[in-house]
Write a protein that binds this ligand. Structure first.
Ligand code: SF4
Length: 332
């Protein structure tokens, strides 16, 4: 039986861009970056939800909203049915423990003057996870859990490799016994062989600790490897979401099709070519009306330039935000 841990409804976030002196002199109005434009999704207990899209599409902004680093202008995020931005809950620190974020660059998120042992110990003591006398043993257990040797406790972050630093970041996140991990480009900066080790460790820990994970990444092969379900995001909107295997083998939205076809294939016999998209990713300062993908879509029809397509469940596909998804599938 599944149980919903996180529910996100119609999330929108705009950032005001500060005006240049020329803008002020010419009395031009300030510009607004529309980073998220109505994102809705849910996460089930124990699953990994992959979130993919080009850089600048809003995936990291979404991750930061979930851990309350950004507050959305519209919409709701519910954790176990509790609105995380509600006045009576926003200062509840237990949420910060239960939902932990891990970043791409652990070097900047680990204090360079603290040893790995001190970093993990700090997380255990600040959140009062164990009585003080039990903290050293728990710290040693966490190092074991992420497969770092016990002498790692005495070393500073610069003495570790990138993969080892990510293991420290994982140990620190696990120190507070979270239910949900948000992994934002967790392994993007690592070599391919190290990526596999860290990702496999994460999967093993997920099973052992029954964690729910949001895996935000632009590497589609990795996302396919780790995710039960995948959400494809384009200019701050989810355009397709569904079961990982069916979405990867049979993407329905034209953007998902182009994104997946451009990814290097794991199959050496795969000779299918990449679908070339017209034009560049539009700026989030100027999101096109209607379907934001229409300026690049080979299947656009007149209503695409006018009406925003909503995510809808389509038979034999996942949920797709495209007016013409059925026609496109028929002619594939
Ligand atoms: Fe293309 Fe129209 Fe579908 Fe958007 S709604 S992806 S423009 S066919």
């Amino acid at each position: 039986m599944t149980s919903t841990v996180m529910e996100i409804k119609d999330l929108a976030l705009e950032f005001k861009v500060s005006r240049s002196i020329v803008d002020v002199i010419r009395r031009r109005p300030g510009k607004v970056v529309r980073a998220l434009n109505g994102v809705s999704l849910h996460m089930e207990k124990g699953e990994t939800l992959g979130v993919v899209g080009e850089s600048g599409c809003g995936k990291s902004t979404l991750a930061r909203c979930i851990v309350r680093l950004y507050e959305p202008n519209r919409g709701k995020i519910k954790f176990r049915n509790q609105d995380i931005f509600a006045a009576d809950f926003r200062n509840d620190r237990s949420y910060n423990k239960r939902v932990q974020m891990m970043f791409q660059d652990p070097y900047s998120s680990l204090n360079p003057r603290m040893t790995a042992g001190q970093i993990i110990t700090e997380a255990l003591s600040v959140h009062e996870m164990r009585p003080p006398a039990e903290i050293p043993a728990r710290m040693a257990e966490l190092l074991d859990l992420v497969r770092l040797s016990q002498d790692a406790a005495e070393k500073l972050p610069h003495e570790f490799s990138g993969g080892q630093r990510q293991r420290i970041a994982i140990a620190r996140a696990l120190a507070v016994e979270p239910e949900v991990l948000i992994a934002d480009e967790l392994v993007s900066a690592l070599d391919v062989s190290v990526q596999a080790q860290v990702v496999n460790l994460l999967l093993e820990l997920q099973e052992r600790l029954n964690l729910t994970i949001m895996f935000v990444a632009h590497d589609l092969r990795l996302v396919r490897h780790v995710s039960n379900r995948v959400a494809v995001i384009y200019l701050g909107r989810i355009v397709e979401i569904g079961d990982s295997e069916s979405l990867f083998s049979n993407p329905a939205h034209p953007y998902s099709q182009a994104l997946l076809s451009a990814a290097p294939s794991v199959d050496p016999d795969d000779t299918s070519g990449a679908i070339r998209l017209e034009g560049e990713l539009p700026s989030p300062l100027n999101v096109p009306p209607g379907c934001a993908f229409h300026v690049r879509c080979p299947y656009k029809t007149e209503n695409c330039t006018r009406d925003i397509p909503v995510l809808r469940l389509i038979e034999n596909m996942g949920e797709v935000a495209c007016h013409n998804a059925e026609e496109i599938a028929k002619n594939a």
